[in-house]
Design a protein around this ligand. Structure first.
Ligand code: NAD
Length: 437
């Protein structure tokens, strides 16, 4: 045992504030309520079901992660959030159509009690949406102040000890880092001037980070991933993480690609297509929102396969990603991957993956884990980018001087070693020579 880090207790209530009460958010909220009532199990959640090996393989120590590090208990979690629609969480969950009516009826009163606060929203950034529950303000800075008021009021009214915020709102149009994003002063000035380079998600991120509230981004928008907000996070000791939950097809990609590379097989092309019929699919049907998603999905293979190190194997890879909005499927996405690979002496082979998944069922346990781990990070005094949470994201935020790590297995090792480090346990390297001395 080395020096464990100081971690404040997870006492009192944790408020999880979700921006956007759509499919992902309501599936997360309803899931936690159903689990609390013993109606279902937290399948897919590392914080609830995962274990962590400690010490040597011969020691047989593998506690549950939630018994190893002090995480907020699900009984102590309170949900709140914002949306441009006034529907409460029960109505929104029904509209999302992810969970069975039977299950929703059993938790109906708890869900009905969650009413979204009015949103900061501008159609400029999400063209396919419009709704009535939207704040008015002098300028973007004023809107941020209104969000700060919302958070303070929520905390008081719900008797919360701590808060975290997760952006589960729609994917905004593609934006690149610009001058307004460089320093806190520039950002605040740009907000006061209603500069176009400040999308709604950035206003939420600013409000949370200024208040020292951990912030995660479940979508691919720039949001908190700009120098100004990272500097602010440093000042206010706020952990941040993102971007874009790694579910569905990209998760599958980060499972399969490391395997192909481990055997040094080549890849000539990777064609991925999806059909999806939920509101997310509708928003992504707009080319500008899709561009944000496309960038997030496409970078994964480059980083895993490293064509610069393996030009003969991956130097000429054609990578195509498509999302097609197809309403009959609702939240039940179907993805197809055709992978043209080649082996010994260049002989070609093909791999086909047909994944019939449920988008929000895969996303909900991740939102829960990220919220609970960010709260842990805050109590452990870890601020800024939480790279150890890369495991959950398609475009993991990372320090400027390093490339992002996309390989799921390296990401999991990094996450678990971070927890071991926090508790002063030996890091696991998998060397294992001592068993053969
Ligand atoms: N489900 C997945 O597997 C998955 C994976 C990765 C990323 N995501 C991302 O997560 C986000 C949520 O996905 P979803 O399926 O729940 O979508 P959704 O369309 O069902 O929900 C998004 C909600 O956000 C609301 N919203 C949009 N802008 C807002 C704003 N400025 N303030 C408050 N509310 C706002 C919308 O009204 C809507 O209710 C999307 O950006 C999606 O791309 C989802």
């Amino acid at each position: 045992m080395k020096n464990p880090q100081k971690i404040a207790d997870a006492k009192g209530k944790l408020g999880i504030l979700l921006v956007g009460m759509g499919a992902v958010s309501t599936t997360t909220i309803a899931g936690v309520m159903a689990i609390r009532k013993g109606l279902a199990k937290p399948i897919g959640s590392l914080t609830q079901m995962g274990t962590i090996r400690l010490g040597k393989r011969t020691e047989g120590r593998s506690p549950l992660i939630k018994d190893f590090v002090p995480l907020s208990s699900l009984d102590d979690v309170v949900f709140g959030g914002w949306d441009i629609f006034e529907d409460n969480a029960y109505q929104a969950a029904k509209t999302a159509g992810v969970l069975d009516k039977d299950l929703l009826e059993q938790i109906r009163p708890e869900l009905e009690a969650i009413k979204p606060m009015s949103a900061v929203f501008d159609r400029r950034y999400v063209k396919r949406l419009d709704g009535p529950n939207v704040k008015k303000g002098k300028n973007k800075k004023d809107l941020a102040e209104q969000l700060v008021e919302d958070m303070r009021r929520f905390k008081k009214e719900n008797n919360c000890d701590r808060l975290v915020m997760v952006w589960c709102g729609s994917t905004e149009v593609y934006l690149q880092e610009s001058a307004a994003h460089t320093t806190v002063e520039n950002l605040e000035r740009a907000m006061e001037a209603n500069d176009d380079s400040i999308p709604s998600s950035m206003i939420y991120a600013y409000a949370a980070i200024r208040e020292g509230i951990p912030y995660a981004n479940a979508a691919p928008n720039l949001s908190a991933d700009i120098p100004a907000l990272l500097t602010l996070a440093d000042k206010t000791a706020t952990p941040v993480s993102g971007k874009d939950l790694k579910t569905g097809q990209t998760w599958m990609k980060t499972l399969v690609a490391p395997g192909i590379k481990a055997r040094l097989l080549g890849v000539e092309g990777w064609y991925s297509t999806n059909i999806l019929g939920n509101r997310d699919g509708e928003v992504l049907d707009d080319p500008e929102s899709f561009k944000t998603k496309e960038e997030s999905k496409k970078s994964v293979l480059d980083y895993i396969l490293q064509p610069n190190l393996y030009p003969d194997l991956y130097g000429h890879l054609d990578h195509v990603v498509r999302i097609n909005y197809y309403p009959p499927r609702g939240d039940n996405k179907e993805g197809w991957d055709n992978i043209d690979i080649f082996g010994w002496l260049g002989y070609p082979m093909q791999l086909k993956i047909n994944f019939l998944c449920r988008d929000s069922i895969l996303a909900a346990p991740i939102v829960l884990d990220v919220a609970l781990f960010l709260d842990l990070a805050k109590r452990a005094g870890m601020d800024g980018i939480q790279e150890w949470l890369s495991f959950y994201f398609k475009s993991p935020m990372h320090a400027k001087e390093v490339y992002p790590e996309h390989d799921l297995f390296i990401q999991l090792m990094k996450l678990k070693n971070t927890l071991r480090h926090l508790r002063g346990e030996e890091l696991i390297t998998h060397l294992g020579l001592e068993y053969y001395d």
